[in-house]
Design a protein around this ligand. Structure first.
Ligand SMILES: C[S@@+](CC[C@H](N)C(=O)[O-])C[C@H]1O[C@@H](n2cnc3c(N)ncnc32)[C@H](O)[C@@H]1O
Length: 195
């Protein structure tokens, strides 16, 4: 099949990798939630050879992710497992790290909430969750372009941009926000640690 392609992934994979190299250093097994096209996993796994990278997404996206892996396999990059928040159980595996990019604003609010609760529940103490995407701060958009993006997301039936405070509430005191890194294109990487 023709590989799906995201230009945004191509643009953000370099800056995100720098964050992951630092924060996933103590981790050995990463679960990626919402792998999308698969471009992130294919780029990150070979650059983080000390860990295993497990892709996951809704089953409909697996063929595309597998097409990327077929072209660029890596010993530590695992083919996607079915994980749709709200439908499937937490995947099997001793994950001490979780990565998810651009998913919280696509999910419905109750799914984004469940994602925070599941990560908070399933990570071991000291486990790391790196969450990338557009987020609001104290109820405010961080740019006019994010305001327009949010409007278009909601018009299309997606959940919309989430507030960092709301995510923190949903993490029910089990995840501590240790870094809020400003990234290119008005995005953030949120680094959460299980306490
Ligand atoms: C905008 S794409 C981002 C894909 C990729 N992470 C990236 O940054 O390019 C949103 C992803 O979230 C996934 N997604 C949406 N709702 C989900 C849910 N309830 N559970 C798991 N994944 C979900 C979609 O299948 C899709 O892969």
């Amino acid at each position: 099949m023709e590989k799906p392609f995201s230009q945004a992934c191509e643009n953000n994979k370099g800056p995100i990798l720098e964050v992951l190299k630092k924060h996933f250093r103590p981790c050995s097994h990463i679960l990626e939630i919402g792998s999308g096209t698969g471009q992130h996993g294919v780029h990150f796994a070979p650059a983080l050879p000390h860990l295993i990278w497990q892709c996951s997404d809704m089953p409909g996206n697996h063929a595309g992710i597998n097409a990327w892996i077929d072209e660029a396999p890596a010993h530590n990059l695992k083919r996607p497992v079915a994980f749709t928040i709200g439908q499937h159980p937490w995947p099997k595996g001793d994950f001490d790290g979780v990565f998810s990019a651009n998913t919280a604003h696509i999910m419905q609010p109750q799914e984004a909430r469940l994602m925070m609760e599941l990560v908070a529940h399933n990570l071991p103490k000291g486990g790391i969750f790196c969450q990338y995407g557009p987020f609001n701060i104290d109820g405010r958009y961080t740019s006019d372009s994010n305001r327009s993006f949010d409007e278009s997301l909601r018009n299309q039936g997606y959940g919309g941009i989430r507030d960092i405070g709301e995510l923190q509430d949903w993490a029910v005191s089990k995840l501590q926000l240790v870094e809020r890194l400003a990234m290119p294109a008005n995005n953030f990487t949120l680094v959460w640690r299980k306490v």
